[in-house]
Design a protein around this ligand. Structure first.
Ligand code: CAA
Length: 380
């Protein structure tokens, strides 16, 4: 067993860390404040090959492994969680199902431009009355000649509005519930597909979250992803990997908050010595660092399993559960270390704390992760 990153992983980490410091961090606070998505950052990530990390070169990717992608999301989230989730939703929620279930034609038409960063991807599963109970969706896709006609509304779509390619789930056979669910690739600009409400959020404010509206939206049958009726399985399998991406985002946020807290605790003098050298704060920092490290190990382990072709659904759910909770605890403590200053926008820790909260909620709440894990433990 070897816990050291390989040379390739270490090089990628350094490259993304340098990029994040130079191109992402300087505008992170302003983009958060103004809720501004910056497509220019995505374009620059494309120049480095970050928009197609795990996909083979024949599909426009750089042919690296899933762990490399996880490291990239972590490093971006260390300075800006919004940028981290942009890449995560693009890669593991939109790119992965096309790579795994798409025809050769679909991969060339949709995955390649996504991997090359020409197009941005998104994933539409959640609906107003179907969140944790994903199988209760109402959006329909009715076969009509060579097309499907989609009707319904998806909400909370990361990269919504900005993305050009959407992986969307709808009922082709409403009577059969989850067995009658199918997956579709829907392009921005398709007649009958429009965007609704843009959410105003507590955190990840420079990542757009929008409603998708399908009103007699005609999608060609060539855009059916996988087979009819396979949609729920595709949605669940996609989330198995996606959750690991969110764990990486959580690790990055927690590490960023820890870095800020350690640096502040070393410089802030009270009662004649740095607060970090006083046990009350020193113990806090120790607990924070331990949680970050444990979260990272679970996250990398799940990504490694994926790369090895081993089952990773349980490990991925565990990584998101643990890392999401750790991020919330660590960022809250980081604000505490900063005291009154931590509560202001003069320092980034309040942003980290707001950003951390979503990692316990999206891509399955942490209560759903517990449900997934417990089912693995108790099934025959
Ligand atoms: N892989 C493959 N198949 C799976 C699977 C998996 N991980 N999980 C379930 N399935 C299959 C089951 O085998 C079963 O198949 P059969 O009927 O053929 O036996 C079928 O799917 C139904 O499974 P369940 O009975 O377990 O389904 P359920 O209704 O009890 O739901 C659940 C299971 C895990 C709770 C699921 O509904 C779930 O994950 N809910 C959370 C949804 C979620 O994460 N939403 C986030 C959306 S994305 C987002 O947050 C926005 C964004 O843009 C970031």
């Amino acid at each position: 067993m070897n816990f050291q990153l390989s040379e390739e992983h270490a090089m990628l980490r350094k490259m993304v860390r340098d990029f994040a410091k130079k191109e992402v961090e300087p505008t992170a606070a302003e983009r958060d404040e103004s809720e501004r998505f910056d497509r220019g950052i995505f374009n620059k990530m494309a120049e480095l090959g970050l928009t197609g990390i795990p996909w083979p070169e024949e599909y426009g990717g750089i042919g690296a492994d899933y762990l490399s992608y996880v490291i990239a999301v972590e490093e971006l989230s260390r300075v800006c969680a919004s940028t981290g989730v942009t890449l995560s939703a693009h890669t593991s929620l939109a790119g992965w199902p096309i790579y795994k279930f798409g025809s050769e034609e679909q991969k060339q038409k949709f995955l390649r431009p996504m991997a090359e960063g020409e197009k941005l991807g998104a994933y539409g599963l959640t609906e107003p009355s179907s969140g944790s109970d994903a199988g209760a969706m109402k959006t329909t896709a009715k076969k009509d000649g060579d097309d499907y006609i989609l009707n319904g509304t998806k909400i909370f779509t990361t990269n919504g509005g900005e993305a050009e390619i959407y992986v969307v789930f709808a009922l082709t056979d409403p009577e059969s519930k989850h067995k009658g669910t199918s997956a579709f690739i829907v392009e921005k600009g398709t007649h009958g597909f429009s965007f609704g409400k843009k959410e105003k959020k507590l955190g990840i404010r420079s990542s757009p979250t929008l409603e998708l509206i399908f009103d007699n939206c005609r999608v060609p049958k060539e855009n059916l992803l996988g087979k009819e009726g396979e949609g729920f399985k595709i949605a669940m399998m996609t989330l198995d990997g996606g959750r690991n991406g969110i764990a990486a985002q959580a690790v990055g946020i927690a590490q960023g908050a820890l870095d800020a807290a350690v640096s502040y605790a070393k410089g802030r003098v009270q009662f004649g010595k740095p607060i970090g050298a006083q046990q009350g704060i020193g113990f806090k920092l120790a607990d924070m660092a331990t949680k970050v490290e444990a979260a990272r190990l679970l996250t990398y382990q799940a990504a490694w399993l994926e790369g090895e072709g081993e089952p990773y659904g349980k490990a991925s759910a565990m990584s998101k559960l643990f890392a999401g909770d750790a991020a919330m605890e660590v960022t809250t403590e980081a604000v505490q270390v900063f005291g009154g200053y931590g509560y202001t926008k003069d320092y980034p820790v309040e942003r980290y704390m707001r950003d951390a909260k979503i990692t316990q909620i999206y891509e399955g709440t942490n209560e759903i992760q517990r449900m997934v894990i417990s089912r693995y433990l108790t099934k025959d």
